[in-house]
Write a protein that binds this ligand. Structure first.
Ligand code: HSE
Length: 429
């Protein structure tokens, strides 16, 4: 007796699409044993039919029109690997859901911007919209949050969710090279997104964080309220001073429950060298979930790449084949909480770097600006310098970010301040 089939259409045959086809071809028997279904790729679509590919696609029906493919009635699951926050990817997913298909996507930008609408559509049609590959590549964080941690009230989700910037910061530290040099290296390796500001500007990580926040905290997706700062202002001197203080600089994603709602941020932060985040190096990603029952749980793995991302996609298709269906963000979309937009970051210590003209009295003026905001200074170091420019490193005691920013704005107005102050939050564990 033959097995029931799970009939798949794939739009987008880049690295991940080819990785997915490879897994279906290589692990067909294993997939059948685990799901009771034969996996059949029925139709495929990409921008170019003739491009050289590392997998044999000759046995699959080629379709030039992805929307027509999404609407076919001999397909069970469509896989969206086109990318981009709207355009064809959005039209493709909408057409598939409208015509009653399950959808698997790796598209973090699409979900971050249109996740609420798409979840409503999927749930109104009784279909799955699955997106394990959209966040932290191969790490099964969507499954973990949606299923394994479903009984926990989540207190905080933090992590490193952009492999490219983690690679850049790791190399800056390890090889003592500048931001510009490591940016060029990442570019040559093809790590950077087509628009590099998505990576270095923290936007890609923010897309991922917003998705996890919705799922973890049971609220509607709220990308617009992620506070985003990229790594462009992290310099080698900061990385070296952080190391002297026992820290490493990472682009940290954080969604934390506060009395005023969930505070979401992506920003460079100093993390202890021996903490889980401090030990996550190179292109690896890490997600740390803190729940009221489990406590702290750390997941680490490859956040991008052919095999890792395709592994997440095929896991979603397996769940669909097994008929495991759950609401897109863990609870029916119309029951999700409305996010509060006035949450503020909790107080923390800060690392501050100032570039000062070496004038008499300048230190007193800086100290006065901090004192005016009741900010207590824990440590102060004046670095070796030649000439009249004095790099000054300060570590504050825990302070509310709003006070720190007021103090830095006042300092920035001083005649002796030569460039914009740099400030990064310090994570204490
Ligand atoms: N640009 C992303 C990263 C790719 O570097 O993590 C994976 O989402």
């Amino acid at each position: 007796m033959s097995n029931p089939k799970i009939r798949i259409a794939i739009a987008g045959l880049g690295t991940v699409g080819q990785g997915l086809i490879e897994i279906v071809q290589r692990n067909g028997e294993l997939l059948t044993a685990r799901t009771g279904h034969d996996f059949e790729i029925v139709a495929i679509n990409a921008r170019s039919k003739t491009k050289n590919r590392e997998v044999d696609i000759s046995s699959y029906e080629w379709m030039d029109d992805p929307i027509a493919m999404a609407k076919r009635d001999d397909i069970d699951v469509v896989v969206e690997l086109i990318g981009g926050e709207d355009g064809v990817a959005k039209a493709f997913v909408e057409a598939a859901l409208e015509s009653g298909k399950h959808v698997v996507t790796a598209n973090k930008a699409l979900l971050a911007h249109y996740g609420n609408e798409l979840a409503t559509l999927a749930e109104s049609k009784g279909k799955s919209l699955r997106y394990e590959a959209a966040v932290a590549g191969g790490i099964p964080i969507i499954k973990s949050l949606g299923e394994g941690f479903a009984g926990n009230a989540i207190k905080r989700i933090s992590g490193i969710m952009n492999g490219t910037t983690n690679y850049m910061l790791t190399r800056m530290e390890g090889e003592k090279i500048s931001y510009d040099a490591v940016f060029d290296a990442a570019n040559q390796l093809g790590y950077l997104e087509a628009d590099p500001s998505l990576d270095v500007g923290g936007i890609d990580a923010a897309h991922k964080l917003a998705i996890l926040t919705a799922l973890g905290f049971g609220q509607k997706l709220d990308f617009d309220n992620v506070n985003i700062e990229g790594i462009e202002n992290v310099s080698l001197v900061d990385i070296e001073r952080a190391a002297e203080l026992g820290f490493r600089i990472k682009l940290v994603c954080s969604a934390e429950a506060t009395p005023d709602g969930v505070y979401q941020s992506v920003a460079p932060a100093l993390v202890p060298l021996d903490s889980p985040l401090g030990q996550c190096m190179g292109v690896l990603n890490m997600v740390v979930v803190e729940g009221d029952a489990i406590g702290k749980c750390v997941l680490q793995g490859p956040g991008a790449g052919r095999g890792a991302t395709a592994s997440a996609v095929i896991g979603d298709i397996c769940d669909i084949a097994r008929n495991l269906q759950m609401p897109v963000f863990g609870a029916a979309h119309d029951t999700l909480l409305t996010p509060k937009s006035d949450a503020i970051a909790k107080a923390s210590p800060f690392y501050v770097r100032l570039q000062l003209d070496d004038q008499v009295g300048v230190l007193a003026q800086v100290a006065q600006a901090f004192a005016a905001e009741s900010i207590s200074i824990d440590e102060l170091r004046q670095l070796d310098h030649e000439g009249d420019e004095t790099p000054l490193i300060l570590v504050t005691h825990a302070t509310e970010p709003v006070k720190l920013h007021r103090a830095l704005a006042a300092i920035n107005k001083l005649d002796a301040v030569l460039s914009n102050p740099i400030a990064f939050r310090i994570e204490e564990n």
